[in-house]
Design a protein around this ligand. Sequence first.
Ligand code: GLU
Length: 297
Amino acid sequence: MNRKKVRPLIGQGKVADYIPALANVNPNQFGIAVYGNDGTTYHAGQAHTDFSIQSISKVFSLTLAMKHYGETMWERVGREPSGNPFNSLVQLEYEAGIPRNPFINAGALVVSDMNQSRFASPHYAMREFIRRLADNPNLHSDKVVSTSEYEFRARNASMAYLMKAFGNFENDVEDVLHNYFDNCAMQMNCIDLAKAFSFLANKGYSRHNDEQVLTARETTQVNGLLATSGLYDEAGNFAFRVGLPGKSGVGGGIIAIVPNRFSVCVWSPELNKSGNSLAGMAALEALSESIGWSVFG
Ligand code: GLU
């Protein structure tokens, strides 16, 4: 990977500050980990440093919901890119409370509502699922982050109540918000995340815990959604520059999938204007350039 293209970007972005607890992260950090389908792991930089996974958790929630609801879940959430910021309310009103996709906040809230209907303790079910996928029993959610998110929940709460008004929300909004924020506030490092999402590179199979997490078909569907909607309203630019299914979070992490080969996680807390890690995007671009491979040929 060409470090010269990545390093100068550190110091050029802005750490997320709309969640006050995230604003305190040291911006001058970068980590990367790769987990191959043969179980080989490579890592560099601060790959062992935990960070807030934020929206990357939406991929875990979607996976859990798909396992239980299958095709029926798509009656409540769409599969189209939104072209709007991740926390936008505008489409929800004129599209009758059906969010465009599971990776914008409204979509993730509906998916969380589905998981809420299914599990007695939805966050604990999610945490156990993530621990199993990452092969790390110590993973936990940061209470300071989730409490701070709950305190500043007005926008997410508005989306959820609007969907409730349209009949697309089954549970108590405040309960779902608590679980959603607890999921976003999971602390993980690049190695945990590369390992946890290895099933998406391996036809749905998680090698280290010998589990078929999703079917091969569902796996290509999730990767398709990641490629079209995983990077907020910058998914097109990510497809152009990196050419891999990916999901970012405002904590500065990005996971990307090289189908049938490996999963990768990069992390650097400073974000660009679309809310994606500035150095992380550049690192993934350099990686896809150096392996000479993308899902687009
Ligand atoms: N917990 C964040 C929110 O709901 C997630 C944002 C993100 O990473 O996109 O606003």
